[in-house]
Design a protein around this ligand. Structure first.
Ligand code: ADP
Length: 435
């Protein structure tokens, strides 16, 4: 029996006994009168407390539980305890929800929660950025009205969410997004978006690279193969024809050889650890070597000058630096017509920087090509580059080597006038010359 029922039955018993006592002493009328008066008081007591309870239930605040007497005291106390417990668990739930919201907001992927009618319930900041949504006005709107791309509509209609959807340029920026819908809670869905622009770019570069290498190798291989076929079809080998074919075959095989060598250099630089072996590089000796190489390549067709005014040496990988500088020198020789001049320079730029430069009075490069020069296989004039033994990889090698030496390449060039390729080294790569 509950405390309330026990106390109530006790009161009822007491009231009845008092009324019985009165009726025995003063007669049944008086007894009845006393009984009614007591019942009225008892009823009033309970009505008063019921009133208090109703008033509190209308605006239940745990801090304002009414004071009760007798059995009602315990009723109100247990109400108070319950309300306090509820408030605590509400606070706990709110903090869990807050943490989930913060976690969702911190996610590097876009997250949109959709209700059963595909209306937006919640979207995190990355989802807003990826899908071009408005975090305030778009909530409650159908996602299909906001993302108009037909591919997205088909994806939503198909309801087969195992594969992600690739969406391009959903916002004004040139983005590529991978969209994935994840159903949950029987009717709702999570729409996840991931920016795969960079990944796509890498894949495209990789595809282009393989296609370019295949193309570069196919041409000389076809030429050599053609010559060999012609020779093998001849009933007897004619010495004159063989002598005619051999230099051409040799040229093509050299072309393949330099391409493979450049590819290996590039791959070695790309794959070797970032912390390469560094040493002091004697720039006086380096410039002398480059001069000898330039003269060897030029075969007396150009005037080659040296302008060395810097006292610093470099701190870096001599082999890599030689490969990068050598490519600039080789380009200057190959793209400067006979009679032109080429100058190798090593100067202090200011207190903290020094610059290695190769300038020529060659064919120059039209301005629009300058930003793409260091891309692999990028050439201003394909025919001319191949004609002088170029592989299209020289400046790509330069770019990688310089990145590893925290150096910067600057190109100044004017078509028909000449070019100047400058490599700027920071203080951290400069060392004092050793005697
Ligand atoms: P390539 O093997 O074709 O010379 P590079 O990567 O070394 O390849 O150079 C890329 C392109 O930049 C060349 O094809 C050429 O068009 C241009 N280029 C590089 N250096 C010079 C230069 N000194 N003068 C004119 N054009 C140049």
């Amino acid at each position: 029996m509950s405390d309330f029922a026990r106390r109530s039955s006790g009161w009822l018993l007491a009231i009845s006994l008092i009324a019985l006592g009165f009726s025995l002493v003063f007669g049944p009328e008086i007894g009845l009168l006393v009984l009614s008066a007591q019942l009225m008081l008892w009823l009033g007591f309970h009505l008063y407390h019921i009133g208090l309870l109703l008033r509190w239930l209308n605006r239940p605040a745990p801090g304002r539980i009414p004071e009760g007497y007798g059995a009602w005291h315990n009723v109100f106390m247990s109400l108070y305890r319950r309300a306090r417990k509820q408030k605590q668990s509400k606070r706990k739930l709110a903090s869990i929800l807050d943490r989930f919201i913060h976690a969702g907001e911190a996610m590097p992927d876009g997250v949109v929660v959709l209700d059963e009618y595909d209306r937006i319930e919640w979207v995190n900041p990355m989802g807003v950025e990826h899908l071009g949504l408005d975090p305030i006005t778009d909530v409650g709107n159908q996602i299909l009205n906001l993302i108009r791309q037909p591919g997205f509509h088909t994806y939503m209609a198909a309801q087969s969410y195992s594969q992600p959807l690739i969406l391009r340029s959903i916002t004004p920026s040139e983005r590529v997004l991978s969209i994935q819908l994840v159903p949950f809670d029987t009717t709702r869905k999570l729409l996840l978006s991931r920016d795969i622009t960079q990944l796509e770019r890498v894949q495209t570069v990789h595809r282009d690279f393989v296609a370019n290498v295949s193309h570069e190798l196919r041409t000389p291989l076809t030429v050599v193969g053609g010559f060999l076929e012609t020779l093998s079809d001849m009933p007897t080998l004619d010495d004159h024809t063989v002598r005619q074919f051999l230099p051409m075959m040799l040229e093509q095989s050299r072309r393949m050889q330099s391409l493979v060598e450049d590819l290996l250099t590039l791959s070695r630089i790309e794959n070797s650890p970032r912390s390469m072996q560094q040493e002091t590089v004697n720039m006086t000796r380096m410039l002398d070597t480059l001069m000898v190489e330039a003269e060897g390549l030029s075969q007396g067709r150009h005037q080659i000058k040296l302008d060395n005014t810097c006292e610093h040496w470099l701190w870096g990988n001599a082999q890599e630096l030689h490969s990068a500088f050598g490519n600039l020198v080789s380009n200057a020789v190959r793209y400067t017509p006979e009679g032109g001049s080429i100058t190798l320079g090593w100067h202090a730029m200011d207190e903290n920087r020094a610059v290695f430069s190769v300038s020529d009075t060659g064919i120059g490069i039209p301005r629009e090509h300058l930003p793409r020069l260091t891309e692999r296989f990028y050439r201003v004039d394909r025919g001319r580059s191949r004609g002088n033994g170029g592989t299209g990889l020289g400046l790509a090698i330069v770019k990688h080597v310089l990145a590893r030496h925290h150096a910067r390449l600057e190109v100044q060039s004017e078509a028909e006038k000449g070019s100047c390729f400058s490599v700027i080294f920071n203080a951290e790569q400069l060392t004092e010359a050793e005697i």
